[in-house]
Design a protein around this ligand. Structure first.
Ligand code: SAH
Length: 257
């Protein structure tokens, strides 16, 4: 089940931190590391700091964009050294551990834990791609942990939640918790295509003014991000958008009058 939880590092500058993250992951039983456009990788320093977690580095997936790193995910958790970068559902590391494990245990459940740049963290746009934000409740006057240390904290919480779930599972039959199984949920890439379609439709009907967007798309992302949209529901939403565009363009559409 832990193989359904991937760690995504965005634009990491120091290869030592990549190695440190790989080691932290392997210690806690996580194995899937995805690097988004790292500055310096592969590197000897990464292998040195991984000290024995070379298999995690060997199987690393290097991609160019966050979007690629998130393909197939059903839950994305983004970390931030500051408590509230933007208003968003916020979890502490313990809640992050249990939510991740709960999701990864579902059929088709795929979780990403996303970590930002050493100097700048994640951008607001990147944070808006996440269903939840996770903040490690550190000293507010010195809140930013080393990247590898931050990976360690969350990987530990994932392991604790996993161990607790394993214990429970051996005692009782696992009950299906979610009403919609994760295999039936829209993935992050399907949601991204939906947001593109929604945005272009809202511009076409004049609801969204590209000159003055007023955070509309961010608010809508937050709304749909809370909603666990099933694939069948996504078909309905996309269908509504397509018909709306036809009406706006004066093309033949379903309405009879
Ligand atoms: N100056 C940056 C700090 C980035 S630290 C900023 O203010 O955002 C590098 C990464 O480590 C962060 O993007 C995050 O992924 C992780 N991290 C560091 N401290 C954290 C904390 N207290 N809570 C959650 N993640 C943290």
């Amino acid at each position: 089940m832990l193989q359904n939880i991937r760690v995504v590092l965005v634009n990491t500058s120091h290869p030592g931190n990549i190695g440190g993250a790989a080691r932290a992951m392997k210690n806690m039983g996580l194995s899937r590391l995805v690097l988004v456009d790292p500055l310096d990788f592969p590197s000897h320093e990464a292998s040195a700091r991984a000290s024995g977690a070379d298999d995690v580095l060997e199987n690393v997936q290097v991609v160019a964009t966050l979007e690629e790193a998130l393909v197939g995910t059903t839950m994305v958790l983004g970390t931030s050294a500051r408590e509230r970068r933007i208003p968003w559902p916020l979890l502490d590391p313990r809640e992050c551990g249990s939510k991740s494990v709960e999701e990864a245990a579902q059929v088709g459940g795929e979780v990403a834990l996303v970590f930002g740049r050493e100097h700048a963290g994640l951008t607001n746009e990147e944070l808006q791609r996440c269903h939840f934000h996770v903040h490690i409740p550190s000293n507010p006057d010195f809140s930013s942990l080393n990247l590898g240390a931050a990976v360690q904290v969350l990987a530990y919480e994932v392991r604790m939640a996993w161990l607790a779930a394993e214990g429970q599972a051996s005692k009782t039959e696992k009950v299906e918790v979610a009403s919609v199984k994760s295999a039936e949920l829209s993935t992050s890439d399907e949601m991204e295509r939906f947001y593109d379609h929604l945005e272009s439709t809202l511009v076409e009907i004049g609801f969204l003014d590209p000159q003055s967007p007023r955070h509309l798309m961010a608010r809508l992302r937050r709304l749909y991000g809370r909603s666990s949209v099933a694939k069948a529901e996504m078909n309905i939403l996309r269908g509504i958008l397509t018909e709306t565009q036809k009406v706006a363009r004066g093309e033949p559409h379903k309405r009879k009058d």
